[in-house]
Design a protein around this ligand. Sequence first.
Ligand code: PLP
Length: 360
Amino acid sequence: MATWIHHEGLGLDVSSAGELELAVTTGFPPEHMVMHGNAKSPHDLRAAIRLGVGRIVIDSTSEIARLAAEVPSGTRQKVLVRVVPGIAAGGHTAIRTGTEDQKFGLSLVDGSAQHAIARILDQPGLQLTGLHCHLGSQIATVKPYLLAVRRLVGLLSRIRQQHGITLPELDIGGGHAVAYRPGESLLDIEALGTRIRTELDASCAAAGLPVPRLTIEPGRAIAGPAGIALYRVLSVKRTGERTFVAVDGGMSDNPRPALYGARYAPRLLGRHSPADRQTATVVGRHCEAGDILASDVQLPGDTRPGDLIAIPVAGAYHLSMASGYNMVGRPPVVAVTEGRARLLVRRESFADIRSRDVGL
Ligand SMILES: Cc1ncc(COP(=O)(O)O)c(C=O)c1O
């Protein structure tokens, strides 16, 4: 993925030393990377400095001095400040990050963002290049982004008044909604592009500021619809009113339905079924009754063990959130294009799992 992202001329967000190291080993230029994280460890910060990450997003006041202490003397690390603009947007509270009542960023309202900015400007090893915000995920309308632009330009203007500096960069995060099921609304990316540009130009003109370089951070809008999760049916159970179709994966490869009720539209794949559709619940194989991948979906009434079930729009926050629950092993990743398939990541084997266990 990192190689493809590089070939497309895009930058890359990383949120740990692990993601950073992996991207660097593929040859991805570190200067085109941005490091995020509400709680970066000393190891993360050291790796970011050592490998030359382009920008580090400051997410808490306490990391300013810790980061500055790692910067070799005579050099400067570019940083952005993650601002909480006080905007509620996104598909679920667990993925809303633009409001005050969550763990990310520094508040505009209580002055934490302004305080952090002053602290950064006091550090000779840090170069503040701009502001960042990420409102959340699954945002289907342009309006919250326009409001965020207005509020961040307002802050850019206050920074110029108070500190006499004009910050050249603005990063407004991602969160562009994709449709997981037919009929769901998605964000109109072209409208987002045009309207944000217009808003940014107008807000900057009104404040007498030069227009900063704008960055956006689409995540799932790129990778989500490109991926399909394939499961093998292991059992079909009819209990009272319900039909449970149990597959060979579940919350260990996709915890989203269990975490925050994400909904999918599974389909039978690989054979044509003449049977009528029936309401079924697709469940995983793990030791939790809440291990449900998709409840109350329509599947052929003759769905049986051995069948393949496809879950579309599984290219983001799926494998990346996979766990070792029940030692089932994480699934492989296969790239498919124009009738050709190529293994990219192999299935996690028992030997992989066993190799970490050093014994008594
Ligand atoms: C800072 C930041 N930018 C961008 C994204 C991408 O969000 P999405 O995949 O919903 O577009 C995330 C998601 O967690 C994020 O934390």
